[in-house]
Design a protein around this ligand. Structure first.
Ligand SMILES: Nc1ncnc2c1ncn2[C@@H]1O[C@H](COP(=O)(O)OP(=O)(O)OP(=O)(O)O)[C@@H](O)[C@H]1O
Ligand SMILES: [Mg+2]
Length: 507
């Protein structure tokens, strides 16, 4: 029986091949094309399945299609395990060095809202014989594409929801897999020429995160909630008619974790950081050009905004007054000197934060940091521009506990109580506390490090008390001087009056 069946099948196939050869040989191309079109129509009529193809390269300039990449990522993450033939590729800028995706001519299934669909990876060679030395995409003109097949009764679900879901999820996975980058602006003299760009970058591998960030627990949770709300706020921002961006002002003394917080935010949000060095920006026009090049899902940072540039003439004057009083850090002086050639103005900066350009792309965060919040122009930091003002303060007990966990791997100790009490009376930055907690040799155990911190805190407390006493003495001295000067003035007035009386000879 089986032998007979195979025999019949063999003869049917031989007939089909024979007919096809006759068709290819004796029919002119125009008739052949027309017949093929009719045959296609006929099969379409009876075939209940719809196919959609997604080519790898699209558009006139043969740009790699974003949809193709998103589908590849989606399928790699969701269904590639089911494929029998896999292809391993090194993907640039990804955290996972090797990405597995299904190989050419493989097919896998996926399910969405109970609907089954088929995905296949395909490759066609338009002219395999022709060698094209100039082809960037391969020696023979190979074209890759994904083919999605589904039953025609699910057309609406697939075209309206499923494809959107695949693309969105693919992009989301791409974003979470990629390596974060830290960008900094190039001086405008290097903006032109082959491959020059306004920003240059390195891979951003800062070890800080919100878990290791030392600050008051409640305030930390507040910030996290704020960030989550922002991330999920696309529809909300659209509803209220506001650009989808948020400004944070981080202020506080040196070493309290402002820069660390920026790294933690970048990691939490999975956004690239654009560290804008304002002193290298020539004018407002350049500032706008730089801004246009920052994409969505990014954090633009201006550190030490108070010394990046003189925003108003008035402030410059004030600064010069302060300068004459106290000696300047040479690094800061350098920055200020170079800022004199920068013509970025306050209005340019305000335009940068909330002008019409800043709304492009959406989902952006702008962060300013400063050690002296009181020096900033109120227009710059008013709510709406800098939506959230975050004070990074001296080390509190909550912060100490995080640092002790980070540096010594301890969550409680007999000495913690004493340290907690000392922290209430001292002003020590988390950076200084961390420095004291860090073991400097293998012999230093937890207790030695905590004792080291206690000593430093006691010294800090004494210094604080000494400073306070000095300040009070100075205040008293000033008051006394003031009193004496008023007394002298009054005495001299009295004397003048007496002289007048004497000269005029009457009272
Ligand atoms: N809140 C903190 N949590 C964890 N580590 C911190 C914190 N603050 C400071 N540190 C530690 O101290 C170092 C310096 O902190 P950071 O650079 O973030 O301070 P900053 O506030 O930006 O200072 P500056 O005002 O001088 O720029 C960090 O590398 C980090 O190790
Ligand atoms: Mg800093």
């Amino acid at each position: 029986m089986m032998g007979e069946l195979w025999g019949q099948m063999g003869s049917v196939m031989a007939t089909v091949v024979f007919m096809y050869t006759i068709f290819e040989r004796f029919f002119p191309p125009t008739i052949r094309d027309r017949l093929q079109a009719y045959a296609q129509k006929l099969t379409n009529h009876f075939n209940p399945y719809i196919q959609i193809t997604f080519p790898e390269f699209s558009g006139e300039r043969l740009k790699k299609s974003e949809a193709y990449t998103a589908i590849q990522t989606y399928l790699s993450a969701n269904s590639s395990q089911r494929a029998k033939k896999l292809k391993a590729e090194v993907v640039k800028d990804s955290q996972t060095p090797l990405v597995l995706s299904m190989d050419d001519n493989e097919e896998i299934t996926d399910e969405f809202q109970g609907v089954k669909v088929w995905w296949s990876a395909n490759k066609v060679s338009s002219n395999p014989q022709r060698y094209n030395p100039f082809s960037y995409y391969g020696s023979s003109d190979e074209k890759r594409f994904y083919k999605l097949t589904f039953h025609k009764s699910y057309r609406d679900i697939i075209t309206m929801s499923y494809i959107k879901h695949v693309l969105e999820e693919g992009k989301e996975i791409e974003m979470s897999n990629r390596q974060l980058k830290l960008y900094t602006n190039n001086p405008s003299s290097g903006w032109y020429g082959y491959k020059q760009s306004k920003w240059s970058h390195i891979v951003f591998e800062h070890p800080a995160s919100f878990e290791t960030l030392a600050m008051d627990q409640k305030r930390k949770e507040d910030i996290l909630k704020d960030l989550v709300k922002f991330k999920k706020g696309k529809d909300y921002y659209a509803k209220i008619g506001k650009a989808w961006k948020r400004g944070y002002l981080l202020y506080g003394p040196p070493g309290t974790g402002k820069s660390t917080m920026i790294a933690a935010i970048a990691k939490f949000m999975n956004y690239d950081v654009y560290d804008l060095e304002l002193t290298a920006v020539k004018d407002n026009n350049e500032l706008r050009k730089l801004l246009i090049e920052t994409p969505s899902k990014s954090i633009t940072v201006i550190e030490d905004i108070d010394c990046s540039l003189d925003l108003t003439g008035q402030r410059k004057q004030k600064k010069e007054e302060v300068e004459s009083e106290e000696p300047k850090d040479p690094m800061r002086r350098n920055e200020e000197e170079s800022s004199k050639s920068s013509k970025v103005t306050l209005s340019g900066l305000l335009n940068f934060i909330d002008g019409i350009w800043s709304a492009c792309g959406g989902e952006r965060i702008i962060i300013f940091t400063t050690n002296y919040v009181e020096k900033l122009d109120p227009a710059l930091i008013r709510r709406g521009r800098m939506d959230k003002h975050i004070e990074m303060s001296y080390c509190c007990y909550d912060s100490f506990k995080v640092l002790a966990k980070n540096y010594l791997d301890v969550e409680s100790h007999l000495l913690f109580g004493r340290i907690g009490r000392l922290l209430e009376d001292t002003e020590m930055s988390p950076a200084d506390v961390a420095e004291n907690l860090m073991p400097t040799s293998v012999d230093e155990d937890v207790e030695i490090c905590l004792e080291k911190l206690i000593k430093a805190l006691e010294k800090n407390k004494e210094e604080k008390a000494r400073k306070k006493a000095e300040e009070e003495a100075q205040k008293k001295l000033e008051e006394k001087e003031k009193e004496e000067s008023t007394k002298m003035k009054e005495m001299s007035k009295e004397k003048t009056r007496e002289n007048v009386v004497k000269e005029n000879g009457f009272c």
